[in-house]
Write a protein that binds this ligand. Structure first.
Ligand code: FAD
Length: 341
């Protein structure tokens, strides 16, 4: 039987690597199961200008390599493979099981940090032009399209929010939706409609993003009912049709919401199962930024440390740093479920 790990971290974006850094520095010798595509979503982007500490920005892959190296420096071990199945214990001190194909790994705590993928349109040009005129994150990339034409694809609240935000940057924002009516709430749709630079292009479906030498791509559209073609040239496009949290392997074991995001208790990263914590975009409908994911990875690491230390059924590793129990406030939720602050 395999040894019991103190901490297994599943996922390798800013949340997973930050959790690894903190648990490694607490001498918990973490094991990260990082997936084949290690480094998370920032591997798909070019320049990251809003991660604190890098005045001139940093390339996404370089940032993730640096985070990985920093975690490794303190003893983190990595398996570059996908966790295929988990069996999470339900009793305090219980041993959790994480499989990579037929290999089972045992752990006292598990930190889930599998992220959330952007839903894709699946049309020609989308993949090739990702980061070169096609984006999934207005907060991240808006500044690259200052005074340019911008298209937002989608008709829900997130699309409206992106469009309103982008209206501050673009010469014009075209909101493209496949239906004439929007799925967005009335208040969000009204706010978008009241922006002078936002124009609604409905009902149109995206056919293709076409590369054009020396300028932004051309967006090729087709009328959803009449079939007429339409083009928007030299345009930066933001696809805002939703996210898919990567929570399948824990489905039915930890509580998830209607959209599949893992639910956590109050301001902690506790999932409701003893010794199982969740962080990053996997739990986050709202912020979805590298720095917020890293912050919650830190929280998950501290929650895991405190759980190990404060659970009588688990032998506290000798090398673990000592500390006062001020943080035990998180271990004792108020009867309402809201932790004491
Ligand atoms: C194109 C693009 C540009 C962006 N630019 C910025 C930016 O400039 N600034 C910013 O702050 N944010 C940016 N973001 C958002 C940012 O990347 C995310 O908020 C952040 O990466 C979330 O971190 P995470 O650790 O929660 O998850 P992720 O980064 O999604 O990492 C999750 C990792 O877990 C792995 N995984 C999933 N399932 C398993 C499994 N079963 N076993 C093992 N591994 C698994 C995945 O392969 C992935 O590597 C951008 C996002 C995109 C897509």
């Amino acid at each position: 039987m395999a040894d019991i790990e103190n901490v297994i971290i599943v996922g390798s974006g800013p949340a997973g690597y930050t959790a690894a850094l903190y648990t490694a520095r607490a001498n918990l010798n973490p094991l990260v199961i990082e997936g084949f595509f290690w480094g998370g979503l920032l591997q798909q982007t070019t320049e990251v200008e809003n991660y604190p500490g890098f005045r001139d920005g940093i390339m996404g892959p370089e940032l993730m390599q640096t985070m990985r190296d920093q975690a490794e420096r303190f003893g983190t071990r990595f398996i570059t493979d996908v966790a295929s199945k988990v069996e999470l214990a339900t009793e305090p001190g219980g041993v959790h099981k994480v499989w990579i194909d037929d290999d089972v790994h045992l752990a006292r705590t598990v930190i889930l940090a599998m992220g959330a993928e952007h839903k894709k349109l699946g049309v020609p040009g989308e993949e090739e032009l990702g980061g070169r005129g096609v984006s999934y994150c207005a907060t991240c990339d808006a500044a690259f399209f200052k005074d340019k034409h911008i298209a937002v694809i989608g008709g829900g609240d997130s699309a409206m929010e992106e469009a309103i935000f982008l209206a501050k940057f673009g010469a014009k924002v075209h909101v493209v939706n496949r239906r004439a009516e929007l799925r967005a709430s009335k208040i969000m749709a009204d706010r978008a409609r009241s922006e002078a630079t936002i124009e609604f292009v409905t009902p149109y479906v995206v056919e293709e993003f076409a590369a054009v030498e020396g300028q932004l791509p051309t967006l090729r559209l087709k009328h959803a009912e009449g079939g007429e073609d339409r083009e928007i040239a030299d345009v930066g496009s933001f696809i805002a049709i939703g996210h898919e949290p990567q929570s399948e392997i824990v489905a039915g074991q930890v509580p998830v919401d209607d959209e599949g995001y893992v639910k956590t208790e109050g301001r902690s990263t506790r999932t409701g199962l003893p010794g199982v914590f969740a962080a990053g975009d996997l739990v986050d409908h709202t912020y979805r930024q590298a720095v917020t994911a890293a912050g919650s990875g830190c929280q998950a690491a501290l929650d895991a440390e405190w759980y190990i230390r404060d659970t009588p059924e688990i032998p506290t590793p000798e090398a673990m740093p000592e500390g006062d129990l001020a943080e035990a406030q998180w271990a004792q939720p108020e009867p309402s479920g809201v932790p004491v602050t």
